[in-house]
Structures are given as C-alpha cells and as structure tokens.
Design a protein around this ligand. Structure first.
Ligand code: SF4
Length: 498
C-alpha cells in the first residue's frame, strides 16, 4: 500500500509525550494524514491495556505513528491472519532464521512468542501473565521471557500457533526451561539444534559467516541438516488442510521430533527456489534497516530517537507478522530521517554523547532516559545482529541460512560478541558503551564484565553496566545519575582532547 502521510515539511522533529500525541494526531489528520488499516490514535492502545505508553516519550512524526501502530496491532494481525485461513508458526528463540523460511510459503505467518518478553513492561505487570508463570514454577528468578508461558496458558494475548519451533543447544537456561515447561503443558514443540559456535581448529575447514565470525564448516553442515528437518516440517504444515501433520503426530505422542531429514508429503514444497525468494525478501528488510541505522547513527543532530530505532530493528526478526507492511513502515521512517538529515534538524540537541548500547532494555522507558541526560544511541547490539546482516544469496539457500543462524551473537562466546561490538562501536564513532543487564537472565552471568573489559582495553572507552527490570520507576533516580555520569565522562574526554 502506498501512503503519503508526511506532515508538513517544516514540522520540527521532537520527542513528545503520549498525552501530546492526542493533539499531534489531530494535527496530522487535519494535514491530510492517510493511514494503513491498523492506523488510528495511539490512545486506543492505552485503553487496550498498554499502560506503559503514557510514561514514554515518542517521536512526533507520522512515520513513528505508523511504526507504533504497526507494533501494537500485531496480536490483531495474527487473529486476522488466522481468520483469513493462514497458518501460524510460533518460532522460538532463534531470532531471525525460521521466519525467513516460513514466510517463503504464502500461507504461513511466523511470529516470536518470545516477544512476550516486553509484556511485563507494556502492561505494567497487569494481565496475570507473571502470576500464571509463577504458578507453574517459573518465578522471578527467570528473565522476563517467562511472560511467554503466562501468555500461552492464559491464551489472552497471541493466538496459539499450530506449529511451534524452538532452537536449542546454544540456548540460555531460562528459555530452555520455559520451552520445556511449555511442552509439558501440552504445547508440542519441534526442537532443532544450533550448537555453541566454536573457533575452527588450525587447518580445519571453516567458513566466514555473515557479520564476520568464523565457524567450522562441520558446524554449518550440522545446522544445515537441522534446517532441512525444519523445511520438511514447515512444508508439511503448510500443505495440511487444517493443522500440521507434525503437530498432530506430536500431540498423539508418536513423534516428539520431526523426521530426521524427512519431508512429509506436501502440496506446498518449500523448494530452493521458494527459499531463495524468501531470502531475497528478508534481505529487502535488512537493507532498509541498514540504511536507517547508518543514517541515524552517523547524523548529528540525532534524527530519530533510540526508542523508535529499537522498535524498527525488531522488525527484522519476524517482520511484525507482515513482511510487506514492514517494508512500508521502514520506507516511511527512512524518508522521514532523510528529510531531517537534509534539513539538519533532529530530535536531540547537536553534540549528544555518542553511546553504543548492548542488549535490549526490559523497560522501554530507559531508552528515553539516556536521551534525557544528554546521550544518544549510535550503535546497538540487541542480541540479534545476525537478523540485521544480509543473508548470502550466492549460496544454496539452506547453506546461507545455516551460516546466518550460526552468526547469532548469542550462540558464541561473549568475547566474540565483544569483538563485534568494538568493531561496530568504532565504525560509528561511539564515545561510551552501555551494557544493559536483564534481571534473572541466564544467557551469560558475566557478560557485562567480559564485554566491558574488551571495550576498555581495545577502545579505551568508558562503559557502564546497568540492570533494567521491566519497570524501572523506583530506580529511575539511580539510573539517571549513572547515565548522567557516563555522559559527563564523555564530555570530559572531549574537553581533554581539545
Ligand atoms: S534475555 Fe537472555 S536469559 Fe532471557 S531469554 Fe533472552 S537470552 Fe535467554
């Protein structure tokens, strides 16, 4: 759908409150705003239970309005897809691989139930999701992804998908325990494995992965075989009149895993041709994100707030359940950012301290907080860099996807991840690094000190470790002071270089 909802070109970009968005919406409408089917005033999402929204500062553009509406209407979109006869695939944990395969088949819609990670924040702990997880033995010693379990058992968020996949192997204990608990409750899971990415031995055949890590060719071959198993399951599911044969077999207890390398008879083969087309479409999203990130991170004044850029990056992992619409949302953001850069206007004062941000924040409000104290984001690693790198198109599709899956920053060592962070931080001219820890998260208890040490020794940059629970209100003064101190350190460093 081609929409031209741009506000008048002389609109001053700024971050505005949720309450101010009411007036801004009326202004945009008066200026001839045209919206997508999921458009409308943001206030309705608050009425639907997204209680955190009034605590956030948001970009004031029509492009940001479309982004927020796209994000916050995903559950409705999934219901509508079901009603239209499409089949849902719940892809868990791999963050960026299986959806590329699923969207290669036109009757499948893939989404990450893991996205419930943000529900404790958005719902301000209402909705009973955490209580439901507590009752199942998944208490607050687990990271916020436990809200996903609550969403499955309460069935009050996303529709339950007919096929559920989950990557295991190099997976955090939290996710692994929660997904196993989910299966024990009668939600069959198709497990597939990504091994811990190791450094190749000397003389061992090895390949360079998208993003630059290296891995033994044998590991790539193993993942490729696993993806072959997934291919069979997806095409069988897509070809079934109602629900996937695999899901039914699992429910009957006859087959806890998909057939090894097997392809069930299907009327919708997931051919190499289809997969290649799916990869090209995923790359369209990735290319747009690369353009948006480059333009935003490199421009001063900062043309787009960190919060909106975080949400835009998340579109890479499963396209917010509509691949074409993701492209439209990103195109509009890119156009808005180009307009601002050309006019030399931005949402923050020029010269904000340039910060590379590591890990997503459980409370979205923290992205505002950095900007409130004079900082800005100029580089990110939100744990899914592999979903931002373009997938190779000069390889057989499963080989390309296997290499991409193994490039996941979370399946290798924290030191490898730190090296990629340093390379990116240097490329974007970062002056400091923030490592945001997640309460209860088991993915690497020591990651902040490991990454921080590499950043300090390689780049001689100040770095800060903070912990962000889903609601940071009570600790906001402390967080603010610590971020202020980091920004001050950047200013002092600039002054001493003059
Ligand atoms: S935040 Fe960490 S512990 Fe939680 S699901 Fe993600 S990787 Fe696992």
């Amino acid at each position: 759908m081609c929409l031209s909802p741009y506000p008048p070109v002389n609109t001053q970009p700024k971050r505005i409150t949720f309450a101010q968005w009411g007036e801004r919406y009326a202004e945009l409408q008066a200026g001839g705003l045209r919206e997508s089917s999921y458009g409308g005033p943001l206030g309705r999402h608050r009425a639907d239970g997204d209680l955190r929204l009034p605590k956030l500062q948001m970009d004031n553009s029509a492009a940001a309005l479309r982004l927020w509406n796209f994000l916050l209407s995903e559950e409705d979109r999934l219901q509508a897809s079901l009603a239209a006869g499409k089949k849902l695939v719940g892809t868990m944990k791999d963050l960026g691989t299986v959806p590329v395969m699923a969207y290669a088949l036109d009757n499948l819609v893939a989404f990450y139930p893991d996205g419930a990670w943000w529900l404790p924040c958005l719902l301000e702990n209402q909705g009973g999701l955490l209580e439901a997880a507590d009752a199942l033995g998944i208490d607050d010693s687990f990271c916020p992804v436990r809200a996903m379990l609550g969403a499955f058992v309460r069935r009050n968020r996303f529709p339950i998908p007919g096929l559920l996949t989950c990557s295991v192997g190099a997976t955090c204990d939290d996710f692994s325990a929660i997904a196993q608990r989910l299966e024990s409750l009668g939600f069959p899971v198709l497990w597939w494995e990504i091994p811990h990415r190791r450094h190749p031995e000397a003389h061992e055949p090895a390949v360079t992965l998208p993003g630059g890590f290296r891995a033994p060719a044998a590991q790539v071959a193993f993942v490729k075989e696993e993806l072959g198993r997934l291919r069979g399951a997806l095409e069988a599911y897509a070809g079934q009149p109602e629900r996937g044969r695999l899901a039914r077999r699992q429910e009957c207890g006859r087959d806890a895993r998909a057939p090894k390398g097997g392809h069930l008879a299907s009327t919708r083969p997931l051919s190499d041709q289809r997969l290649a087309a799916g990869i090209r479409r995923a790359n369209e999203v990735r290319r747009r994100l690369a353009e948006l990130r480059e333009l935003t991170f490199r421009s001063d004044p900062c043309p787009l707030p960190a919060l909106e850029l975080l949400i835009a990056e998340m579109l890479a992992i499963h396209f917010c359940s509509n691949q074409n619409e993701s492209l439209g949302v990103l195109d509009e953001l890119i156009a808005e950012v180009h307009r601002r850069v050309e006019a030399r206007i931005g949402v923050l004062a020029p010269g904000a301290a340039r910060v590379f941000w590591v890990n997503p924040v459980a409370d979205l409000r923290v992205m505002n907080l950095l900007e409130d104290v004079g900082g800005r984001v100029c580089g990110t690693d939100y744990m899914f860099c592999h979903a931002l790198d373009e997938i190779p198109t000069d390889l057989a599709p499963l080989e390309a996807l296997a290499r991409m899956a193994l490039a996941d920053p979370m399946v290798g060592s924290a030191v490898d991840r730190a090296e990629r962070i340093c390379a990116e931080a240097s490329r974007f001219g970062a002056e400091a690094v923030v490592i945001s820890r997640i309460p209860g998260a088991s993915h690497c208890a020591l990651e902040a000190s490991l990454i921080g040490e590499v950043v300090r020794t390689r780049m001689r940059l100040p770095w800060l470790e903070i912990e962000t629970p889903p609601l940071t209100d009570a600790m906001e003064p402390t967080l603010r002071t610590r971020l202020e101190a980091l920004v001050e350190a950047v200013r002092q460093s600039r002054a001493s270089e003059r």
